[in-house]
Design a protein around this ligand. Structure first.
Ligand SMILES: Nc1ncnc2c1ncn2[C@@H]1O[C@H](COP(=O)(O)OP(=O)(O)O)[C@@H](O)[C@H]1O
Ligand SMILES: [Mg+2]
Length: 435
């Protein structure tokens, strides 16, 4: 009791509504605040607060250009989210073209693989938009450990109007009442053959089933059924095509059943972005947000990101926030340095403790790794496919180094993969910070 009297915890206050100052006092008599905050912030001045409401609205009387800039900047670089707005999608026209040609001309199924953060999901979003524009029915799934074949393809079938089934007349009541292909599927567990048979009867449309994050679908039955489905759909020339994407260093890692379906698929490895593509990513963000980047800052981002759209987006985001926090609308080299320090620290925190002592030694191999990346990137084609696939050299180097330390010995495969996911960007960022 005594304690709560002496220390007024902000959250022990009575309802803020009761303490709200009379509206008639008006903004002129409100206490001066250094930065605009939503109204609720007035009632707990010592705690950090949100700058804007969830609806992206600022308090009318308190909005200043900087806060508006913050809102715009938030949508300009989104390292934690794939690109959904095609205006923000930079580069990648070559690989997008390859995917579209594979779907449209080869009528093949497509497998897209590459590092985490290389832009697979963003590419799938843009592909989805392009395919819908061409009147494809596109159904997107993000796979997970619980992905189930029957459930997935009942959902797919439910999205396909019965109107497109060859046995149903366009004027029959079934299609008019909006029934779907799901109504024609047998009850119980579905087999790839049953799904293919139903799909083979589709006319007047084409369907793309996008299975993203396929590496997360660890259920062996699901994986085997998908491979079997690819095969039977191809055998029956059905108007349903799969686009499968996942994190993998190579195709077999993503799809162990590859040999049996090799002829039915086009496999594409998403390569690192070129310098110009990263430049375009930065330009898009700068244009949307109104925050400009000094040319030297752009070059530093390019050299630090190593062609990773995730790292580009992360560094630009952190650097922009650093500039805006100093009320500047131009990102300078010093802001990028701050961003790199912050990102490195963050990656560092994510490492398992037993790896940390080895991190310093990684510095030594960075220069070597960097050179080897540059050499290999220039010798492989830009759009990797089955023919020109090679293991990513930097990952190879890091793996080799860690294997020598014996760290991998007792580590489960998923942990090793996760560790490599963080180590590669870490190595890249440190090498940019200490060239
Ligand atoms: N073509 C692109 N243009 C702009 N930003 C991109 C592009 N591709 C990816 N990004 C950004 O990179 C990050 C990772 O992209 P994402 O598509 O989620 O990668 P993945 O699915 O391969 O892990 C996201 O922040 C996304 O905004
Ligand atoms: Mg993804």
């Amino acid at each position: 009791m005594a304690l709560s009297k002496r220390f007024r915890f902000p959250w022990s206050r009575r309802s803020p509504r009761l303490e709200r100052p009379e509206p008639s006092l008006g903004p002129l008599s409100a206490p001066p605040v250094p930065e605009p905050r939503p109204r609720h912030a007035e009632f707990r001045p010592n705690l950090p607060s949100f700058h804007t409401t969830a609806t992206d609205h600022l308090e009318r009387d308190r909005s200043d250009p900087l806060s508006r800039q913050r809102i715009r900047f938030r949508n300009a670089f989104t390292p934690a989210q794939p690109v959904v707005d095609p205006r923000m999608f930079a580069g990648r026209s070559e690989i997008l073209e390859s995917v579209i040609r594979a779907v449209e001309e080869k009528r093949s199924h497509v497998i897209i693989f590459g590092d985490r953060g290389i832009g697979k999901t963003s590419l799938l979003h843009v592909l989805t938009l392009a395919a819908r524009e061409a009147r494809y029915i596109v159904i997107y799934f993000s796979c997970g450990t619980t992905s189930d074949f029957s459930e997935t393809f009942r959902t797919v079938a439910a999205e396909i109007p019965l109107l497109y089934h060859s046995s149903v007349s366009p004027v029959s009541s079934k299609s008019a009442s909006g029934n779907s292909l799901a109504d024609l599927l047998p009850p119980g567990k579905l087999t790839p053959r049953q799904v293919s048979d139903a799909a083979a009867k589709l006319v007047g449309t084409r369907v793309l089933v996008v299975l993203d994050e396929f590496d997360r679908a660890t259920n062996p039955d699901f994986r085997r059924d998908i491979a079997e489905l690819v095969k039977t759909l191809s055998d029956l020339s059905a108007r349903v095509q799969l686009v499968i994407a996942g994190v993998a260093q190579d195709l077999v890692e993503l799809m162990e059943h590859i040999p049996s379906i090799r002829r039915s698929i086009t496999a594409l490895r998403i390569p690192a972005m070129s310098d110009d593509e990263v430049r375009a990513l930065i330009e898009n963000g700068a244009r949307t947000s109104g925050v400009s980047f000094q040319p030297a800052a752009v070059e530093l981002v390019i050299s630090a990101a190593f062609g990773s759209p995730y790292l580009s987006s992360l560094i630009c985001h952190l650097a922009g926030v650093a500039a805006l926090s100093e009320r500047r609308q131009r990102v300078e080299v010093a802001d990028v340095h701050r961003a790199l320090d912050e990102a490195i620290e963050d990656f560092n925190r994510r490492m398992p403790p037993e790896v940390v002592p080895h991190l310093d030694r990684m510095q030594e191999m960075m220069v070597v790794a960097k050179k080897s990346v540059q050499r290999k990137e220039s010798s492989t084609g830009k759009v990797g496919d089955l023919a020109n696939f090679q293991e990513d050299p930097l990952t190879e180097t890091i793996k080799g180094h860690l294997e020598k330390t014996g760290l991998f010995k007792n580590m489960p495969a998923e942990h090793t993969a996760l560790l490599l996911d963080s180590l590669k960007p870490y190595v890249q960022l440190v090498s940019a910070r200490n060239p």
